[in-house]
Write a protein that binds this ligand. Sequence first.
Ligand SMILES: *Cc1c(COP(=O)(O)O)cnc(C)c1O
Length: 387
Amino acid sequence: MAKKQLQTAIIHSDYQAPDGFGAFPVAIHHASTVLFKNVAAMRARNWQEKNSYTYGLHGTPTSFTLEARLAEIEGGQHCLLAPSGLAAITMVDLALLKSGDDVLLPDNVYNPNRDLGNWLARDFGITARYYDPLVGAGIVDLIQPNTRLIWTEAPGSVSMEMPDIPAICRAAHAKGVLVAIDNTWSAGLALRAFDLGVDIVMHALTKYQSGGSDILMGAVITRDAALNQRLQTAHMRLGFGVGMDDAYLVLRSLPTMKMRFEAHDAAARKIAAWLKQRPEISRVLHPAFADCPGHDIWKRDFTGAAGLFSVVFNDRYSEEQTDRFVDSLQLFKIGYSWGGANSLCVPYRIQSMRSNWQDKGILVRFNIGLEDPQDLIADIEQAFAVM
Ligand SMILES: *Cc1c(COP(=O)(O)O)cnc(C)c1O
């Protein structure tokens, strides 16, 4: 070939990096276009197979490595990344449900999952029905011939009831229905969901896998290849991909996840125990405490707990007072999401979120970060005094 013009040479450089570079971090491989050696190689590759690369949207070595590590943590075989936890939930629903089908969701499901169910029901000819998260084996009575999927969440969002996953799986499988779990709270560390019979594990990696309050990402993990292929088709149809810089940051956080999780757990239990003996608080909704519905199931199925729990204030306190409590906190910031180093606090109007909530006290959720727990307790104590 003739000598290249400068503009071409800038793009087609002949430089090749030497082989043999070694370092711990996984390289960040960005790509839209993936190159093929020749036409035959291009034709031989299939986006459905994870043994080769076809197009950046379907992954690069960076995202494939993250998927493999997440599958390993969870005890699964296959993993697909999505641009958020909610996108991962949507991928599961759109992969497994079609017009005429029915999906069952726990009454304490992550609220945007409920909104998705209601949207599918309103506009897509699917029925979405809600069950008591403590229904256990009684779920069998709710399963219809057109029921295709049962969502579980352990514990459920905000009110923290703990479902009997094995009982739900047995009833579902007896009728050929798939079970998915939103396993974000356990980070895949404190609950072996596949061993309890679950078919699909979903995570908001936004939480502990990221750990930095800076990433939005989700994952769907399975053991079954055929099931993974159905999910992968939805992943493709939806055009889901993740940024490789973000995938790298999650990879960078994973080695410390177990230690962070244990630190969040220990601090949260210490603070929850302190709250438990305070007159301002009527109930501590943390699965490790007997006040929490499903506490015995947590003891049976879990090896630890996250740093996320809720409390119900004594009903002599008005919403104005509990709002003042939250506003008076200094170390605890007000904001959604959780799983980072910073502690957070959010009040919820739980009565409007549940079909049958009896408690009159105001519910407040705490995310315990990685600050010193004594400082967090002192912060809560001064905010109680202002309230
Ligand atoms: C945060 C969260 C999600 C959604 O994750 P995003 O990445 O914020 O979309 C889903 N389920 C649970 C239990 C969560 O806490």
